[in-house]
Design a protein around this ligand. Structure first.
Ligand SMILES: Nc1nc2c(ncn2[C@@H]2O[C@@H]3COP(=O)(O)O[C@H]4[C@@H](O)[C@H](n5cnc6c(=O)[nH]c(N)nc65)O[C@@H]4COP(=O)(O)O[C@H]3[C@H]2O)c(=O)[nH]1
Length: 724
């Protein structure tokens, strides 16, 4: 039970409550009067027994007790008071002056001893002193309790902080660290106290950490904030990122007393600091940064990072008079695979390609994904072109083996253009652009190879761009026309078929032949639109001629690989043919061996589907490609078209003639029709007739003509003169 001085007198003096216990009524009354005169609140007890009873009900600040009292003496009363009112002070006022009695009273807790008869002045002085002492003690206790509460609150706040809070001594050793360190890094505060702070800093940041505290400009008003990696306990590799703020503290201002509880007392502290875990933020920043400079699919540097590195490499090469190489790589057949097998497979393929390419490179080289199926490569220090040539060959070889994508095995090639600093460009843009131009020349000349840039290529590139623009316009303005070349029966001279051949009626350049614009159309994917136009027009024209009475007329249409490899090729083709009312049995599609071999499995299925509807299939330019007997009998092929280069060789027993012989024999053996292309002379015609090649096509019978000229030629038969 706490005893408080409950009221103040008007003059501000405390009014203490005093219990008097004496068995002599006269002395009791005198003492009570004396004390009351001083303003104290006095309660009188006649003997120890009554004192104990009163003390059980009322609260006192001080008890003045006689020792010798009947029934319950002063010692017993003290014992009772100590139990019931431990805060009540006791002063003994007794005639008993033996040493034993006095010392026992003091041992039992009496604060002072006044011997009877007492000097009133002396008694009042003692009472006032004891009360004052009691009051000071109470105040001290009160402050102590508040301090403890406050310290507990602060400790709670510090330990609940989301940050590590620490203090270091002048040597940089921990003298306090909050318990957050255990959750974030796994250390117990007690094991860190006394250890140097470098103990928890990642090796890479130790110098930075140590020098930061030595900075003469840091102060409480100007704390030092820096990012440090701190090691987790027991796992040096697993560092986390912290934003550490630290500043020196004036030791005079720091209360040195305190409990330790394992965290350290902060004694001797010279620096105070906090460490905020910013690992997640750093990781997010690192990821954003990575994303900004990398291609997430292949994990290769992206265009921006490549350009940064190239810029640096150029500066370095210029300063050291060195050379460097930039390569522009474009995959061959990627678009077809991507369209046919889907983008998921396409992505897998790009990843696999990137891995294979990377294996060919040295540390310091930068391979980047430039976009789509384009990659760029920087070789920062090469001695001469031979170095670049060696790498280019290695890259081409690396992609030669087939790639396994699910159940499919696919082949991709790569076309590589190379520019060398300083001979083939001195700036970033020039080097990349020239490598790109060189790459296009590889594509134009048959793909899967490499070329170094030279100045004549730029002219081509400019005209190529112009042509691409023109071709788009041509599609819009309907400048593409379909011409037809007859396929004639060599024995009857009757026109049995017409081959549709596209022409571009250019407003300025006149008639342009497909050899000039189809490769570009293939590269730029415009081939899809070009082919649709031709197919539409040709089906429409042929259907009209068939309706006009030429019901056996065969229409031969060339198809590009891009068309055939398209996933919905069969469906699209049949829809068009039927839309124009052309019987499928009157249509023959011409495809090259290379188109078939690009993906034998897929394409044979499509050809079977088409053949089942009556569409005929012809192999164009036969003899110039694989000429594999293996696929001939596995596919629904109706016609072989002998390439005109072999027909041209029918001149007095050249090898070409032998090839024609072989092809015709093979076609007979396989029961296939055969059409010889490029027949220009009577000699060739006679030779082919004798060989049993009954269908021919060529300038001998006339070139391809516009549709307006066709109908009349269909009714004519010829003996010696051309059809057209
Ligand atoms: N020297 C000579 N040449 C002759 C003779 N008879 C015909 N030619 C030419 O030989 C080519 C035959 O067509 P191809 O082998 O299918 O070769 C075609 C074909 O592969 C492609 N092509 C033409 N039109 C189309 C089309 O609409 N779509 C697709 N995908 N390709 C086409 O372009 C190639 C070239 O077509 P063209 O320039 O029209 O050239 C045609 C034709 O004009 C001759 O007696 N002597």
């Amino acid at each position: 039970m706490a005893s408080e001085f409950t009221a103040n007198k008007p003059d501000g003096q405390l009014t203490a409550r005093i219990l008097l216990a004496d068995d002599e009524p006269r002395l009791l009354t005198m003492l009570a009067r004396l004390l009351r005169e001083q303003g104290y609140q006095v309660t009188e007890a006649h003997g120890g027994k009554q004192a104990c009873e009163i003390a059980s009900k009322e609260v006192f600040d001080l008890a003045l007790l006689d020792l010798r009292m009947p029934e319950v003496d002063g010692f017993a009363t003290m014992t009772h008071l100590a139990r019931s009112q431990p805060d009540c002070g006791v002063v003994v006022v007794s005639g008993e002056s033996s040493f034993n009695a006095v010392s026992q009273a003091l041992r039992q807790g009496a604060l002072d001893y006044i011997r009877k008869p007492y000097d009133p002045e002396e008694l009042l002085t003692t009472v006032a002193r004891v009360l004052k002492k009691r009051s000071l003690l109470k105040a001290h206790e009160h402050i102590q309790v508040r301090l403890e509460k406050s310290e507990a609150l602060h400790r709670y706040i510090v330990n609940s902080s989301p940050d590590i809070v620490f203090m270091l001594d002048s040597q940089g050793q921990f003298c306090f660290v909050n318990s957050k360190v255990s959750g974030l890094l796994g250390y117990q505060p007690a094991e860190l106290c006394g250890r140097h702070f470098r103990h928890i800093i990642d090796e890479r940041d130790i110098t930075k950490g140590i020098y930061s505290l030595k900075d003469p400009t840091i102060s409480a008003d100007n704390p030092k904030t820096l990012e440090l990696r701190l090691k987790s306990r027991g796992d040096g590799n697993n560092a986390r990122h912290f934003e550490v703020t630290a500043f020196p503290i004036d030791p005079q201002t720091w209360p040195h007393a305190g409990t330790t509880q394992g965290n350290g007392s902060g004694k001797g502290a010279r620096y105070y600091g906090t460490a905020r875990d910013v690992t997640e933020r750093k990781e997010a920043e690192a990821f954003i940064n990575y994303q900004a400079y990398h291609d997430l699919l292949t994990r290769l540097p992206n265009r921006s990072l490549f350009q940064d590195r190239l810029e640096l490499a150029i500066t370095h090469a210029r300063r050291n008079r060195q050379r460097l190489a930039v390569m522009f790589l474009d995959l061959d057949r990627f678009k077809v695979i991507n369209d046919t097998l889907g983008h998921g497979m396409g992505d897998q393929l790009l990843q696999a390609v990137a891995q294979r390419l990377e294996k060919c490179l040295r540390k310091g080289d930068t391979l980047s994904r430039f976009g789509g199926d384009e990659f760029t490569l920087l070789l920062p220090s090469i001695t001469d072109e031979e170095d670049a040539r060696g790498i280019a060959k290695k890259l081409i070889d690396a992609l030669r083996a087939p790639f396994r994508l699910g159940d499919h095995e696919v082949f991709v090639g790569v076309s590589i253009g190379i520019s060398i600093y300083p001979e083939m460009g001195t700036s970033l843009d020039q080097l990349i652009q020239n490598a790109d131009i060189a790459m296009y020349h590889v594509k134009a000349s048959g793909k899967d190879g490499y070329r170094f840039y030279n100045e004549t290529m730029s002219v081509d590139a400019t005209s190529r761009l112009q042509m691409e623009r023109d071709l788009r316009l041509a599609l819009e303005r309907n400048e593409l026309k379909v011409f037809y070349q007859p396929q004639v029966c060599s024995t009857s001279d009757r026109v049995v078929g017409l081959e549709a051949l596209v022409r571009w009626q250019h407003p300025e350049r006149g008639l342009i032949y497909p050899g000039e614009f189809l490769p570009l159309a293939e590269e730029t994917r415009l081939i899809g639109q070009v082919s649709e136009r031709v197919l539409d027009q040709a089906c429409q024209d042929a259907a009209r001629w068939i309706r006009a009475g030429h019901k056996d007329l065969r229409l031969a249409v060339n198809l590009s690989p891009v068309q055939v490899e398209h996933p919905r090729f069969v469906e699209t083709l049949l829809r068009k043919v039927r839309a124009h009312g052309l019987p499928t049995s009157n249509l023959e599609i011409e495809i090259t061996e290379n188109t078939i071999m690009n993906d034998l499995e897929q394409i044979s299925e499509k050809l079977r589907e088409l053949a089942a509807t009556g569409v005929r299939i012809a192999i164009d330019d036969f003899g110039t490609g694989y000429s594999s007997l293996n696929y001939l009998h596995r596919l629904p092929i109706h016609t072989l078209k002998v390439d005109q280069s072999f027909v041209k060789a029918i001149r007095g027993g050249e090898d070409g003639a032998c090839i024609v012989n072989a092809i015709v024999a093979m076609a007979h053996g396989l029961k296939l029709d055969i059409v010889a292309e490029g027949v220009e002379t009577n000699e060739q015609l006679t030779y082919l007739r004798r060989l049993g090649c009954h269908q021919v096509q060529g300038f001998y019978y006339g070139p391809a003509r516009p549709s307006a000229n066709i109908l009349q030629s269909l009714v004519k038969t010829r003996t010696a003169a051309p059809v057209f």
